[in-house]
Design a protein around this ligand. Structure first.
Ligand code: 6R9
Length: 573
C-alpha cells in the first residue's frame, strides 16, 4: 500500500499518556484501582458505568442525551440508576436469574439503555439485536442462546416467531397498547410504574458472562461471542486513551448497539468514563447527522468509513450550514479508512480522523491512532499499551516488518471473548497457531510499528461496516422456490467497501428475469435484514463446486474481478 505522508499531532490529548513510554511499562492491573471492586472483589459493570457516578456525587450530570426531533429527553446518572433498578426488579419478579439470556430488540430509545443495564444488574447476559433484523435473524439468535426473556416493541413483535421459540418465557413490550390477554406478554410501562427503584446489583465474579453478540464467520450460522464483566477494564482505559474522553466531553458514537461498537463504545466506554452520551437512532442522513453534532455540541465523535464516505459524497457545501466547531476528536472503525477520507476530514472539519482496529471477538480497541501520535493515512495505527500485535505466518512464526501475513494478537487481554456460545471447538480455532489470537485479517507492520490492513483471509463480507457471513445469505437464498444453488461474495464498492453479490442457479421451470432478481432480493431482505440482501444477483446455469459439493466462492470472486481462477483441481467437473 502506498504510504501517503504523515499528519502531525494536533491535540495533546490525555496529558497522562506518553505513548512511547507507556506502551512498554503499562500493566493492566494498574487500571483496576479505578473500580470499586478492586477493593470489594465484587463486580457488576452496570454499577461501575452508572451507579458509581451517583455514589461519587455526579448523579445530577446528564448521562444520556437523547437526540430525536420527536422526543427530546435527558437522563441524569441518578435517573439512569433509578430506572435500571426498576427494570432489574421487574426481571427479578419474573424470576430472571444470573446467567439467563435476555435479548433486547428495539430501536435506540432511552428504554433500550434502561433495559440493558437492568439485565446486567441482575447478573443475566444481555443480547442486543439490530432493530433491522427480520424474522429468521431474530429466531436464530434467540434459539441458539436459549434466551428466556425478550424486550421489544409492538412494531417489532411480528418479527418474533414466538411459537417456534420454546425457551422464551416472557416478552416485555415497550409500547402503549399491550394486550395482556396472553400471560407471557408483559407491559414494560405498567411494570416499571409499579417497580421499586431500590435494590443492589447482583455482585458477580469478574469472569462471569455479561453480554453476547452474534457475529458472522465464513461457515455456519452466526456465532454467539460472549464477553465477561472483566472487559470493562479495557472499555474504560481505551475510552480514556483512544477516545480521549474527559469529564466535560459530549460524546456521540453513531453505531447501533446490535453491533459491538454500539455497546463497547456506544455504552460502556463513555459511561464508565462518566461522560454525556448522545443517543440518536434512525436512519443515516447527512443533514440530520450534522444537526446532531451541532445541536448537542458534540466534542468526541466515533463513526465508520461508510458513513464518512457518504458524508463526503453529500458535498462540502452542506457542511457550511452547520457550526461544527465543538468537535475536538474524530474516530473511525469497522472497515479500512481511505487516506482520501482523512484528507477530506482535515479540509472540512479541520481535524484528523483517527482509525481504530478491533473486532467483536476482541471486545475493545487493540490497534489505534492515538491523539498524540502522528498519523500515516491508511494505517490502523499502533497497538494499545498492554497489547502485543504481530504478523505471523501459517505456522505461527512472527514475520519481520513489511511482510504480509496473519494479523495476530498475543493472548490474553482484558476484553478478549471468553467463549463462543455452546461451541468450544469454534472458540479454540481462533488460537490454533501457538496460542496467538488469529484475527482472520491479513496485514503488515512497517518498521515504525504501524499496522496496515490488507484484507480478510476468509469469505466474510464487510458491507458498510456490517459483517455478513456468506453462508447465512446462501442458506436463505436456497429457500426461495426458484433457487437451486447460490454462492455469495463481497464485491468491491467505492462507498460501501463491499456489496453483497449472489450467483444463483435456477431450478427447472424458472426463467431468469429482472423481476425474479428483485423478488429473490426481497425474499432475503424480509427473511434476514436489509443489509444482508444481495445488491447484485447474477444467474448462472451452474456454479463451481468442489467434489464434496462446496460452492467455490474463490472462483466466483475470480470471475467477478476478472482474475485467474487458480487451482481448480478440486473442482467437480
Ligand atoms: C469493531 C468491528 C471486524 C472486522 C475486522 C476487519 C474489519 C474493523 C477495521 C477493519 C480495516 C479497520 N475492520 N476495523 N478493517 N480497518 N480500522 O468492526 O467488529 O464487526 O466484528 O468486524 O472488521 O476485517 O476483522 P466486527
Amino acid at each position: 500500500m502506498l504510504q501517503t505522508g504523515r499528519l502531525p499531532v494536533q491535540t495533546k490529548g490525555n496529558q497522562l499518556l506518553d505513548y512511547t513510554r507507556t506502551a512498554e511499562t503499562f500493566d493492566w492491573r494498574s487500571v483496576e484501582s479505578a473500580f470499586s471492586w478492586s477493593v470489594t472483589g465484587r463486580v457488576n459493570t452496570a454499577y461501575e458505568a452508572i451507579d458509581r457516578h451517583v455514589d461519587e456525587g455526579r448523579g445530577e450530570q446528564i448521562a444520556l442525551q437523547y437526540s430525536d426531533p420527536s422526543r427530546n429527553e435527558q437522563l441524569t446518572f441518578a435517573e439512569m440508576k433509578a430506572n435500571s433498578n426498576r427494570f432489574a426488579n421487574v426481571l427479578r419478579k419474573y424470576n430472571v436469574k444470573k446467567g439467563d439470556r435476555v435479548f433486547i430488540f428495539m430501536p435506540r430509545v432511552p428504554e433500550f439503555y434502561t433495559s440493558f443495564f437492568g439485565v446486567i444488574k441482575v447478573g443475566a447476559i444481555v443480547g442486543p439485536l439490530f432493530e433491522a433484523f427480520m424474522e429468521e435473524a431474530v429466531k436464530d439468535r434467540i434459539a441458539d442462546s436459549e434466551a428466556s426473556v425478550l424486550v421489544t416493541t409492538p412494531d417489532l413483535l411480528p418479527r418474533v416467531p414466538r411459537q417456534e421459540l420454546h425457551s422464551l418465557k416472557h416478552v416485555i413490550i415497550v409500547g402503549n397498547d399491550v394486550d395482556h390477554g396472553n400471560d407471557n406478554i408483559i407491559s414494560y410501562y405498567k411494570e416499571m410504574k409499579e417497580a421499586s427503584t431500590d435494590g443492589e446489583p447482583e455482585w458477580v465474579d469478574r469472569e462471569d458472562p455479561m453480554i453476547i453478540h452474534y457475529t458472522s464467520g465464513s461457515t455456519g450460522k452466526p456465532k454467539g461471542v460472549v464477553h465477561a464483566h472483566n472487559a470493562m477494564i479495557q472499555h474504560y482505559q481505551t475510552g480514556k486513551w483512544v477516545l480521549d474522553l474527559q469529564p466535560e466531553d459530549i460524546y456521540w458514537c453513531t453505531a447501533d448497539p446490535g453491533w459491538v461498537t454500539g455497546t463497547s463504545y456506544g455504552i460502556f466506554a463513555p459511561w464508565l468514563n462518566g461522560v454525556t452520551n448522545v443517543i440518536r437512532g434512525g436512519r443515516f442522513s447527512p443533514g440530520d447527522w450534522y444537526q446532531t453534532l451541532e445541536k448537542n455540541k458534540v466534542t468526541v465523535w466515533y463513526s465508520a468509513p461508510t458513513a464518512l464516505r457518504m458524508l463526503m459524497a453529500a458535498g462540502d457545501e452542506l457542511i457550511r450550514n452547520y457550526d461544527l466547531s465543538s468537535i475536538r476528536h474524530i474516530l473511525s472503525v469497522g472497515e479500512p479508512l481511505n487516506p482520501e477520507v482523512i484528507r477530506w476530514g482535515m479540509k472540512v472539519y479541520g481535524k484528523r480522523i483517527h482509525d481504530t482496529w478491533w473486532m467483536t471477538e476482541t471486545g475493545a480497541i487493540l490497534i489505534a491512532n492515538y491523539p498524540q501520535m502522528e498519523i500515516k493515512p491508511g494505517s490502523m495505527g499502533k497497538p494499545f499499551p498492554g497489547i502485543r500485535a504481530a504478523i505471523i505466518d501459517d505456522e505461527g512464526n512472527e514475520l519481520p516488518p513489511n511482510q504480509m501475513g496473519n494479523l495476530a494478537i498475543q493472548t490474553p487481554w482484558p476484553s478478549l471473548m471468553r467463549e463462543i456460545w455452546k461451541n468450544p471447538q469454534k472458540y479454540q480455532e481462533y488460537f490454533r497457531l501457538k496460542g496467538w489470537y488469529i484475527s482472520g485479517d491479513s496485514a503488515y507492520m512497517d518498521e515504525e510499528g504501524y499496522f496496515w490492513f490488507q484484507g480478510r483471509l476468509d469469505d466474510v463480507i464487510n458491507t458498510s461496516g456490517e459483517r455478513v457471513g456468506p453462508f447465512e445469505v446462501e442458506s436463505k437464498l436456497v429457500e426461495h422456490p426458484a433457487v437451486a444453488e447460490a454462492g455469495v461474495i463481497g464485491k468491491p464498492d467505492p462507498v460501501r467497501g463491499q456489496i453483497i453479490k449472489a450467483f444463483v442457479s435456477l431450478r427447472d421451470g424458472y426463467q431468469p428475469s429482472d423481476e425474479l432478481k428483485e423478488e429473490i432480493r426481497q425474499f432475503v431482505k424480509n427473511g434476514l435484514a436489509a443489509h444482508a440482501a444481495p445488491r447484485e444477483i447474477e444467474f448462472k446455469d451452474k456454479l463451481p463446486k468442489t467434489r464434496s459439493g462446496k460452492i467455490m466462492r474463490r472462483v466466483l470472486k475470480a470471475w467477478e474481478l476478472g482474475l485467474p481462477t487458480g487451482d481448480l483441481s478440486t473442482l467437480e467437473d
